[in-house]
Design a protein around this ligand. Sequence first.
Ligand code: UCC
Ligand code: FAD
Length: 543
Amino acid sequence: MFKVFAEVSSDLERFGARVKNEIDSLGRECELNPPRLQHFDAWGRRVDQIITCTAWKRMKEFSAEEGLVAEAYERRYSNWSRIYQIAKLFLFAPSSGLFSCPLAMTDGVAKVIESLGVPKLLEDVYARLTSRDPGQFWTSGQWMTERRGGSDVGNGTETVAQPLLDGTYSLHGLKWFTSATDSDVALTLARILAADGQVEQGSKGLSLFYLKVRDAEGKLNKIEIHRLKDKLGTRQLPTAELFLDGAKALRISAEGRGVATIAHMLTITRIHNAIGAVAFMRRMIHMARDYVTKREAFGKLLKDHPLHTQTLARMEVQTRGVFLLLMEMGRLLGLEETEKATVQDQHMLRLLTPVVKLYTGKQAVAVISEGLECFGGQGFMEDTGLTTLARDAQVFTIWEGTTNILSLDVLRSIAKSGGKVLDAFFSTAQAKLEVALGAPELEPSVQTVQKALHKLRLFTREMGLKGEEGMQLSARDFAYTLARIYGGVLLLEHAARPSASATDIFTAQRWCQQDLCLVDREDKAGSYSPAAASLDHALVFGG
Ligand code: UCC
Ligand code: FAD
């Protein structure tokens, strides 16, 4: 590990300088020159051309040159390659003008293709998605959401796939949200039309398809771009409504295995979401920390007002905690991709992916909002560029699965593994805490986490008896509990290293002072009981 770090750290410094000197201004340009849609050319022909600025196009070249997707697949540094890629994306994301979004989806599609064993028909696509050559590099979209539902994809998908004689399919339907619609290719879900014209409803009726968005002449693949979305944030990113009017596509999953196959992509894009969320938090803190050294109030610099510094310190603790959660995902993913993961690591990866996505998304909104306030009125001004971070951060909680949907995914992972992912959680957390037990200044915090783990274990046993239904109402608090406890465990492990600093120790101590376990078996108010559900209903709808 240390050898790899020594090798990559100088590259990360070089890359960081490039982001600062070259990329950051391009990112701003993307915000100021959002994409637009041209429906007709000068001669009245329907062209549906998405026009993006030069800076956006430059981001694509830059991403290829820097191997922002490739690094994860070349595996030059074995299991550490993912962490290295994540570190680069972490530096890139807040300056990227949201080009980090198409990169997330490109990475996700490469992962799906890899999971299929890179079939011959997809060899060229895979090579392009993971290429370092700007002339070869392709990006991909992920079209899952339809008008009737983006969470409930199984019931919301109306797109049908008509089998063609050559073994391919033509797709017919409307995709309600498609981001980075200027991408070269996409994965999408549809229901195969049987010979009798029927389709199978529900999730089991969905298959996964690969398609090229345009042909070699740039003509759309029987796709109409209805309009670009008018969005609160992510304005740099073309997000469209698409009508598939016979788009030619290749089925790449077994029939009816669309959701399970695209789940490989969801793991990757959810981790990318966490990268964006944590990187935005870090960027906001850097800027707020710089500002306090320049701005004066009441006769002294802001940095000399302890209450203001306390505000920044609280943001810092949250950001350090979620940073370790993010890097833990990178570590686990790297192990899995190089076949070095133990079964316990695999369980942890499955369980923590939704937890880390949902928790970092929510924390990003909170920390970035606090960050805006740190700039006073200037934090509300468009031309500072600060507002972009706030607008864009809001999406981290919505796309790639909302907070509730991911909380339910946590329950799915527990149910599907017969509880093994939770066993892995408890034993991993316990083993990491043992490391921290040797340090006297950490001991009270270790005990706090152990108590929280004990409470969680009792709650899990109790709720387990009630089955998945019984767990649903507690799903959000349960997921937050996993995030807070595991964040504490990682901070303690970090603070227990011989080279840990005093601030590493304070960070761990302070993180552990927050309420770590939000679920309680002895909850007298019965927050998750049917009675509580009916009171919730009365509160919301009772006038
Ligand atoms: O929003 C989008 C993004 C655009 C931009 C991305 C940028 C990212 C970062 C940028 C950084 C700056 S694209 C759309 C994203 N949409 C979603 O995330 C959908 C949210 N809804 C869900 O996640 C739901 O839970 C569904 C759709 C997965 C539920 O579907 P089903 O069919 O009702 O679920 P089932 O029946 O429980 O699961 C079907 C199969 C099962 O496998 P088998 O059949 O083998 O038992 C599940 O175990 O899929 C498997 N499965 C999973 N496997 C379901 N979810 C997962 C999972 N998360 N991991 C592994
Ligand atoms: P709904 O599913 O209608 O959810 C509404 C609310 O109900 C949410 O708060 C949700 O948490 C809650 N809810 C739903 N079901 C439950 C439940 N069972 N229990 C508790 N609460 C529940 N999609 C793509 O496929 N590709 C893209 O490229 C893409 N890009 C996007 C870009 C942007 C900027 C945005 C905003 C969205 C994009 N999306 C994309 C769509 C996004 O993935 C969906 O909006 C998201 O998954 C939520 O789906 P929905 O909008 O249908 O909300």
